[in-house]
Write a protein that binds this ligand. Sequence first.
Ligand SMILES: C[S@@+](CC[C@H](N)C(=O)[O-])C[C@H]1O[C@@H](n2cnc3c(N)ncnc32)[C@H](O)[C@@H]1O
Length: 181
Amino acid sequence: VTDPDVEARRLASEALQEGDRTGWFERLYLAAEAGTATVPWDRGEPHRMLVEWAQRKGLDGAGRRGLVIGSGLGDDAELLAGAGYHTVAFDISPTAVRSARRRYPDSAVEFVVADLLDPPAEWTRAFDLVVESLTVQALPGDVRAEATVRWDGSSPRAARWWCTRPPGAATVTRVRVHPGR
Ligand SMILES: C[S@@+](CC[C@H](N)C(=O)[O-])C[C@H]1O[C@@H](n2cnc3c(N)ncnc32)[C@H](O)[C@@H]1O
């Protein structure tokens, strides 16, 4: 297995050269499934900042709906489900969705394939909590702006957790939390 970051960058530049702006994610998850690459952001557990925030808030999702954007291998979605949210988690990569279901075979999470730039209409204002971690920042600049406009402020009545990292920065530097209802 090659250096995961090097392999991810190689797959990304290959897809971008072909004009495919997000296709490298699927290629990477497929390679990881085949054992020829590893997923650099696979922590095997929810993002530390999400865990800390949930603990601080005493997160209670009973009777509420949660959405995880770019859910990858499903760890953040499991945290939401564990807190009681009826959780939908989506990723553009079918292999990521399949891998998340395999990682959490008894999960109550609804893992689905969807595109954050073209989400189903019924998701509009349908969630009490929307979690995004390290996904928008991984997109090319022009798409990133479109994604931010689409999701930031899309659910004024809901709690939103938005974790982002300016491109090139080594650590997460900005977290905006909007209190829920
Ligand atoms: C850098 S990874 C982060 C994964 C996960 N959120 C985490 O923190 O571990 C970005 C994820 O977003 C997904 N993704 C990329 N573009 C997407 C899009 N347009 N719609 C939905 N998911 C997307 C990728 O497949 C990948 O799983």
